[in-house]
Design a binder for this molecule. Structure first.
Ligand SMILES: C=C(O[C@@H]1C=C(C(=O)O)C=C[C@H]1O)C(=O)O
Length: 340
């Protein structure tokens, strides 16, 4: 289905409002019918009724004067170009299993780099200690304070308008002050309520940090907090991207998913959306990335070759134990709402 849509978008020119309504409607409409191919009459809005004149000339077998031909060709070129640009921006909205997997692969880089950065600092536990900092008007750890303040600022500048982003402190966030951006409407709207950041937070601090960083306190709390937040946001974006994965899987096989969704059979949905061989590749690839991105780079041999800034097996374990399982939890949650 998705590849059919992609082909459709790539060949069809948007020439008037009703055509573009048709295309934008396609994204959420499962009963896609093929749009009519562009015909000569599609160019009827050419300036100065050129097309009517041209048809008359053709019908009467007259040959138009040369400058007229040139203007006509120029106008045609403009219309084709406008149509092409618009058609390309529409095709960007087309998501396929291949394109979402490419995005997940790119997000691995962000996650691995952010973990390497966090490992630069020791644990710095006062940052997370509820009794360490007393901030007037705020009850919580220094880290919670930094995250909630950062999210407030990010909300004002539009971060959470993007359906790929999910805040850790969603309550009482201010709205965006920016003009709205036209994000592609790919997801089924009820999925906006899915946010498993509290689970991600818990696993990050209780399972990942203890094995990723060394014990100790170097006082760099603000920098450490920035690194933690980078990791958490990258992990959150990756895991909630499961919404997009679920949407394309649903679109590609609604006949398989619909009965399970209606039966609210979470276990069967989980089984249907799981691809073990893909998960195996993901684990091996992130381990390799951690090894390559984290290696010491020296111009001449100084004994640090082969040394790695983080243990690559931690990253593959992280993916195996909770990044992929949580992504699939998001996928199931999404599918359970898909027919609402
Ligand atoms: C994300 C997908 O769904 C599942 C989750 C995966 C993951 O989190 O990397 C990989 C394969 C699938 O079992 C996918 O099919 O690509």
């Amino acid at each position: 289905m998705a590849s059919t849509l992609k082909q459709t978008f790539n060949v069809h020119f948007i020439l008037n409002d009703s055509d573009s309504d048709f295309l934008f409607g396609d994204i959420t409409n499962q009963n896609v019918t093929k749009p009519p191919p562009p015909t000569f009459s599609s160019f009827s809005h050419l300036p100065f009724s050129l097309h009517a004149l041209y048809i008359n000339l053709f019908q009467h077998k007259l040959s138009p004067p040369k400058p007229f031909c040139e203007i006509f060709v120029f106008c045609l070129w403009r219309v084709f170009n406008m149509a092409k640009t618009e058609s390309e921006s529409v095709s960007e909205m087309v998501v396929t299993l291949e394109s979402v997997r490419e995005s997940l692969i790119r997000q691995e880089d962000t996650i691995v780099f952010s973990l390497i950065e966090r490992a630069k600092y020791p644990r710095n536990s006062p940052l997370y200690d509820l009794s360490y900092a007393s901030i007037p008007g705020f009850s919580g750890s220094l880290f919670q304070y930094i995250v909630s303040q950062s999210e407030n600022l990010q909300a004002v500048v539009g971060r959470y308008e993007n359906p790929e982003e999910h805040p850790f402190f969603p309550d009482n966030l201010p709205g965006s002050l920016l003009p709205p951006h036209n994000y592609p409407q790919v997801l089924h709207p009820p999925s906006a309520s899915i946010n498993i950041n509290s689970t991600i937070w818990d696993k990050y601090f209780n399972q990942l940090l203890p094995v990723l960083v060394a014990e100790g306190d170097d006082g760099n709390y603000a920098s450490t907090a920035t690194s933690d937040l980078d990791c958490l946001q990258a992990l959150s974006r990756r895991i909630h991207y499961g919404k997009y994965v679920a949407e394309v899987k649903f679109r590609e096989a609604p006949q398989d998913y619909e009965p399970l969704i209606r039966a609210k059979d979470s276990d069967a949905l989980m089984k249907l959306l799981t691809f073990e061989h893909v998960e195996e590749m993901v684990k091996r690839r992130v381990e390799k990335k951690a090894m390559i991105f984290g290696q010491e780079v020296a111009l001449c041999s100084n004994g640090t070759q082969g040394k790695c800034k983080i243990d690559p097996s931690i990253v593959s374990k992280l993916y195996e134990d909770w990044v992929m399982p949580l992504t699939k939890v998001v996928e199931v949650e999404y599918l359970l709402r898909r027919l609402d």
